[in-house]
Design a protein around this ligand. Structure first.
Ligand SMILES: C[S@@+](CC[C@H](N)C(=O)[O-])C[C@H]1O[C@@H](n2cnc3c(N)ncnc32)[C@H](O)[C@@H]1O
Length: 140
């Protein structure tokens, strides 16, 4: 019977490999045609959905957003660019966070995107650290 540690280790290996190897050209093409942009997303949250969530969360320059299981940064980096929000992106695999930080730099928002290695089940933040919390495809 796999333990919680076994399950987490399997998950980290699976996503680390995915983030390290990057997407295939075909996946990038599909992502571009569906989203209109390519972030190496693994959730398939569409751009329309991301925009609807941003409006619901009332993201703006004063918002401190926590993205749990942020992967390579979709859609938090997009939101940091579009709304000016400050996104803290938490995930377990280091490889995804590296990609995410490079992309935030490329998109001109390194000061609005922070990467934190950690477990969403044991958040390393104090109470009232954030105004909004988001995740996409993390409980799957
Ligand atoms: C399907 S991917 C989605 C990534 C990103 N949100 C996106 O939209 O592309 C799910 C992510 O959740 C992360 N994750 C799963 N369980 C987690 C946990 N307990 N703590 C932090 N991240 C977790 C995985 O490592 C993976 O990067």
């Amino acid at each position: 019977m796999p333990t919680e540690t076994d399950r987490q280790s399997t998950l980290v290996t699976r996503f680390s490999n995915k983030y390290r190897d990057g997407q295939t050209a075909l996946c990038q093409e599909i992502e571009r045609s569906v989203f209109g942009c390519v972030y190496g997303a693994t959730s398939w949250t569409t751009k329309d959905e991301a925009e609807a969530v941003a409006a619901k969360l009332e993201l703006g320059p004063d918002t401190r957003l926590l993205d749990v299981g942020a992967g390579t940064g979709w859609p938090s980096i997009y939101w940091a660019v579009e709304t000016g929000c400050h996104a803290t992106c938490l995930d377990l695999p280091f490889e995804g966070l590296q990609v995410l930080l490079r992309r935030a730099e490329q998109d001109g928002v390194p000061e609005r995107v922070a990467a934190v290695g950690g477990d969403g089940a044991a958040l390393p933040f104090g109470a009232s650290s954030f105004d909004a919390v988001f995740h996409s495809d993390v409980f799957c």
